[in-house]
Design a protein around this ligand. Structure first.
Ligand SMILES: Cc1cc2nc3c(=O)[nH]c(=O)nc-3n(C[C@H](O)[C@H](O)[C@H](O)COP(=O)(O)OP(=O)(O)OC[C@H]3O[C@@H](n4cnc5c(N)ncnc54)[C@H](O)[C@@H]3O)c2cc1C
Length: 481
C-alpha cells in the first residue's frame, strides 16, 4: 500500500509552528504523508471579541507557517468556513485516513472538537488529539484530596516538580498529496472553499506592537530576552517604562512558540547564572509560565469561569456601570495618568504591560465600580495576546471574584505609578500631550489647570471611591465560595 493511502491531515489551531509541535511530531513519526490545514472561520475571525491585533498576528504567522510546510516537503491548506462542516469533507476529498490536532482548554472549543471527532469517526476516520500548549497537561495535577487546584501557591509547587519534556525537532521529509488528490479538492461539488493566499490585516499598530508574529520571530524574541533581560527579570518585570519582560504572550497564545522551548531556554539561562539574584529572576519567570498554565487548567476544570464570577456572592454585586465612566476608561481619558497611558498603550499597540493591566483593572472595578466583564470584553477586543483563560483569570483576580484566596485587593493608581514608573517615562510615552509636565505631577495626577491643555481632571476621587466600594462589598452576602 502506498503511503498516500495512509494520508493524515494535521489541523493547526493554537500551534502555528512546525518545531516542537507534539501533535504534528506524533503524526510525522507514523508517516511522512501529512497535509496541514488551517481553517479561517469567519464566525471567529469577525466576532466582536476578535481584536484586529490578533487577526494581524494570526495572518502574519500563517504566512510563515505555509512557507515552513513547503520547506518540510508538504503543504498547508487554507479553508474558509466552519471547521465542523469542512474538515470531514476535506478528509474525504484528500482520501485521508486520519485527522490529528492539539487539544485546547476552552469550553466551546472542546465541545466543537468532540462533535468533529464524532463526525470523523462515523466516516471511518481515525482521530488523534494530543496536549501541546501546556508543559503540564491539565488532568495531571491534583491536590492531596484529589481535586483540581484552585490556589496558585500549591499548584506552582506541584507544577514545578512535574517532569517537563524537552522540545522535539520540526518534521522534515514530508510528502505532499498527489496531484490527483489536490485536483480533487478544487473540483469537488460543491467546491471546497480553499483560500490561495493568507489574507492581510491592515492594522495601524503593527509597527509598534512589541509581540512579533511568526515562528522564527518568536524564537528570536526568546533568544534576545534570554540573553538580555531574563537574569534581571525580577526587578525589570515591574517597570512598564523598560523592556524587562519577554513580550512572548502572543507567541505562546498562538503557538508560534512552544512552552517547552520557553522552559528549555530558562533552564539554559539558569545554568549560567552567577548569583542568587539572577537565579531568583529565572525562577520568577518560570512562575509566570506556571500562572499561564494555572489559569488554563482552571478553565479546563471549571468551565463556568468563562460565564462570570467564580465566587457566588459577586453575582449580586450592585455595579454602577456608568457608561460615560466606562467610555473614559476605554479612551484613556479618566484624568489618572498611569491608567490613561496604559489604556492608550493597549488600544494603539495591542499590548499592555502586566503591572498596568492590574492597575487599570483595579481602577475600572474598584474606582469606577464597573462590572469587570466590561473590562474583560474590551481587553479581548484589543489584545494581541487575548486569551480566554489568562484574561478571565487576570480580571477575576483583579476584581476579587476569582479563586484567589485574598478577597479584596485595591490598587492605589498614584502609589503604583510612583513605585513602578518613578521617572514617569511610561506615562510620557503614551500621553505625549503631557510630556512637558514634571514627573511628580504626572505620578500624582495633580496637574495645574494651565498645564493640562485639554487633558481631563480625574473623573473620580480615589479615596472616596475606595470607601464606597468597600461599603458595597461589606453589604454583600458572604456564603459559599
Ligand atoms: C486583567 C489582566 C488581563 C490579562 N489578559 C491576558 C491575556 O489575555 N493573555 C495573556 O497571555 N496574558 C494576560 N494577562 C497576563 C499578563 O499580563 C501577560 O501575560 C503579560 O503581560 C505578557 O507579557 P510578557 O509576554 O512580556 O510576559 P512575561 O512577563 O515575559 O511572562 C512570560 C509569559 O508568562 C505568561 N504570563 C505572565 N504573566 C501571566 C499571568 N498573570 N497570567 C497568565 N499568564 C501569564 C505569558 O504567557 C507570558 O508571555 C492578563 C493580566 C491581567 C491582570
Amino acid at each position: 500500500m502506498s503511503s498516500a493511502e495512509h494520508r493524515w491531515l494535521f489541523w493547526h489551531r493554537r500551534d502555528l509552528r512546525l518545531a516542537d509541535n507534539l501533535g504534528l511530531a506524533a503524526v510525522a513519526s507514523l508517516t511522512p504523508a501529512v497535509t496541514g490545514v488551517f481553517v479561517l472561520d469567519p464566525a471567529e475571525l469577525h466576532h466582536p471579541s476578535m481584536a484586529p491585533a490578533r487577526r494581524w498576528f494570526l495572518f502574519e504567522s500563517l504566512r510563515e507557517l505555509q512557507q515552513r510546510w513547503r520547506e518540510a516537503g508538504s503543504r498547508l491548506l487554507l479553508l474558509q468556513g466552519d471547521p465542523l462542516q469542512l474538515l470531514p469533507r476535506l478528509a474525504v476529498r484528500l482520501r485521508a485516513t486520519a485527522v490529528a490536532w492539539n487539544r485546547d482548554v476552552e469550553p466551546l472549543v472542546r465541545q466543537r472538537d468532540q462533535k468533529l471527532a464524532q463526525a470523523l469517526q462515523s466516516q471511518g476516520l481515525r482521530v488523534a488529539a494530543d496536549w501541546d500548549q501546556l508543559l503540564v497537561p491539565p488532568e495531571q495535577l491534583r491536590t492531596g484530596g484529589g481535586d483540581p487546584y484552585r490556589v496558585y501557591g500549591p499548584y506552582w509547587r506541584s507544577w514545578a516538580r512535574y517532569p517537563k519534556a524537552a522540545p522535539v525537532a520540526a518534521p522534515t521529509g514530508l510528502q505532499d498529496a498527489s496531484a490527483a488528490g489536490l485536483e480533487a479538492l478544487a473540483g469537488s461539488d460543491p467546491p471546497l472553499p480553499l483560500v490561495d493566499e493568507v489574507p492581510r490585516e491592515r492594522w495601524d499598530g503593527a509597527t509598534i506592537c512589541p509581540c512579533w508574529p511568526g515562528e522564527s520571530a518568536a524564537v528570536e524574541q526568546l533568544r534576545q530576552f534570554s540573553a538580555q533581560a531574563l537574569e534581571r527579570y525580577q526587578e525589570g518585570r515591574n517597570l512598564p517604562g523598560e523592556e524587562g519582560t519577554s513580550f512572548l504572550s502572543a507567541a505562546l497564545r498562538a503557538g508560534t512558540l512552544s512552552p517547552r522551548t520557553a522552559w528549555a531556554s530558562s533552564l539554559e539561562v539558569l545554568e549560567q547564572c552567577r548569583s542568587d539574584e539572577q537565579r531568583q529572576s529565572v525562577t520568577v519567570w518560570q512562575q509566570e509560565l506556571a500562572w499561564r498554565e494555572f489559569y488554563q487548567q482552571a478553565l479546563f476544570h471549571f468551565p463556568e469561569l468563562a460565564d462570570g464570577p467564580y465566587r457566588v456572592q459577586w453575582r449580586h454585586f450592585p455595579w454602577e456601570d456608568q457608561p460615560e465612566r466606562l467610555q473614559a476608561w476605554q479612551q484613556g481619558l479618566t484624568g489618572v495618568p498611569i491608567v490613561d497611558a496604559a489604556m492608550r498603550q493597549l488600544v494603539q499597540s495591542g499590548f499592555m504591560h502586566n503591572r498596568c493591566r492590574m492597575i487599570v483593572a483595579s481602577f475600572l472595578v474598584k474606582d469606577l465600580i464597573c462590572d469587570w466583564r466590561h473590562g474583560e470584553a474590551f481587553f479581548m477586543a484589543h489584545e494581541v495576546d487575548g486569551d480566554l483563560a489568562a484574561n478571565n483569570g487576570g480580571w477575576q483576580w483583579s476584581a476579587s471574584s476569582g479563586m484567589d484566596p485574598k478577597p479584596l485587593r485595591i490598587f492605589n493608581p498614584f502609589t503604583q505609578a510612583g513605585k513602578f514608573d518613578p521617572e514617569a517615562s511610561y506615562i510620557r510615552r503614551w500621553l505625549p500631550e503631557l510630556a512637558h509636565v514634571n514627573s511628580n505631577d504626572l505620578i500624582s495626577g495633580d496637574i495645574g489647570a494651565l498645564e493640562r491643555r485639554g487633558y481631563p481632571e480625574p473623573i473620580v476621587n480615589h479615596k472616596q471611591q475606595q470607601a464606597r466600594f468597600k461599603a458595597l462589598y461589606a453589604a454583600l452576602p458572604k456564603p459559599g465560595r
